[in-house]
Design a protein around this ligand. Structure first.
Ligand SMILES: NC(=O)c1ccc[n+]([C@@H]2O[C@H](COP(=O)([O-])OP(=O)(O)OC[C@H]3O[C@@H](n4cnc5c(N)ncnc54)[C@H](OP(=O)(O)O)[C@@H]3O)[C@@H](O)[C@H]2O)c1
Length: 328
């Protein structure tokens, strides 16, 4: 549900492994899939073409389909609408896994469509649309989801599809671990730079480090231990980001193996005038702070800058962003 980067990647891998998959998406993407089929590539040299004849494509969830499992792959702003559409078409109790970033999608979906079974999931890698019907996995990692009987039965199929799925008793720490890394998305988007160039800018790294540190302090106060989602434990990530660039290049060489033109999807959202997922990322930190009777001033300021982008549309240098965030 939501045949974009993540939906086409996960659905395409499952379809290539012989699982009958129905893709629900927007006319732009469906038309590209009808014309070009679906081609999935990855940085390990993988290449999986699916011809148009093997794709089952829909603009809305087809009624009477009764799928065994649904993967919700829309951006956070589309969750409630998508949940309502699914509820109108699917039998009560159908399991739906949110493969989205942030922590609030399952509660919003649950509120909009309480008859379906909502399960939290997490996609660790980056998928980019690189051409019509073509999607590329640019980083790696292990899919994760909340442990649930409906998903245990699917683990073998996900394995066969090259999508090994780890089930966790409590996905929250994994979601927070991922969210900490996603705090860089706003810095990247505001910088106007490709991800690699942005990470090589010491001032911009300081901004991300400060956002992560502010969040780590709130997580500690809330008793939440974020999972390790990079080769470094979460507390070390900001310390490494604060290193001078030549040292950072050495220590973070793995994280810098990114396609030179790759950007965060929030950067694409700003460029194309689409709503961003800032409320699902920095917004989550701000809500956590409020729940503790505290504030998250840096995350609040960068959230405001992202929201003000349409009036300004002016990329920020590292120095300008430090000043705007009040980072000395
Ligand atoms: N891409 C990544 O690398 C990545 C990695 C990890 C996690 N994630 C998370 O995964 C989620 C999806 O991201 P994405 O990058 O795959 O987004 P995306 O490329 O924008 O794909 C979502 C697609 O779903 C469509 N859609 C929205 N509501 C729909 C509806 N009711 N019916 C049919 N289609 C609908 C969207 O169309 P409109 O644009 O018209 O709404 C869009 O084409 C986000 O929460 C993101 O944070 C992404």
């Amino acid at each position: 549900m939501g045949a974009g980067s993540i939906g086409c990647w996960l659905g395409g891998r499952l379809a290539a492994a012989g699982v009958p998959v129905h893709f629900v998406g927007r006319p732009r993407v469906l038309q590209a899939l009808r014309e070009h089929g679906l081609t999935l590539t990855d940085r390990d040299g993988g290449h999986a073409p699916l011809p148009p004849t093997q794709l089952s494509l829909h603009e809305v969830p087809p009624p009477r389909l009764a799928p065994a499992l649904v993967l919700l792959c829309v951006k956070s702003g589309g969750t409630a609408d998508a949940a309502r559409q699914l509820a109108a078409a699917l039998p009560a109790g159908t399991p739906v896994v949110s493969m989205q970033n942030g922590l609030s999608n399952v509660p919003s979906a649950q509120a909009a469509a309480p008859a379906l079974q909502w399960i939290a999931g997490m996609v660790p890698y980056n998928i980019a649309e690189v051409g019509p019907g073509r999607f590329h996995r640019g980083t790696s990692g292990l899919l994760a989801a909340q442990d649930h009987p409906a998903l245990r039965a699917w683990q073998a199929a996900f394995d066969r599809a090259g999508l090994p799925l780890a089930l966790h008793a409590d996905l929250r720490s994994v979601q927070w671990g991922k969210l900490l890394l996603n705090l860089n998305n706003a810095v990247n988007a505001l910088s106007g730079l490709p991800l690699r160039a942005q990470l090589l800018d010491a001032d911009l790294r300081l901004c991300t480090a400060a956002l992560i540190e502010e969040t780590l302090a709130l997580l500690a106060a809330a008793g939440i231990v974020p999972a390790k989602m990079s080769p470094l434990p979460p507390a070390w990530v900001p310390r490494v980001m604060r290193l001078p660039t030549p040292l950072f290049r050495l220590v973070a060489s793995g994280s810098l193996r990114i396609d030179a033109q790759a950007r965060s999807s929030m950067a694409d959202d700003l460029a194309l005038g689409r709503p961003t997922e800032i409320d699902a990322l920095q917004g989550e930190v701000i809500r956590l702070a409020r729940s503790l009777g505290r504030a998250a001033p840096l995350n609040e300021r960068i959230s405001a800058l992202v929201k003000a982008w349409p009036e300004r549309r002016q990329p920020c240098s590292g120095r300008a962003l430090r000043e705007a965030l009040g980072i000395g």
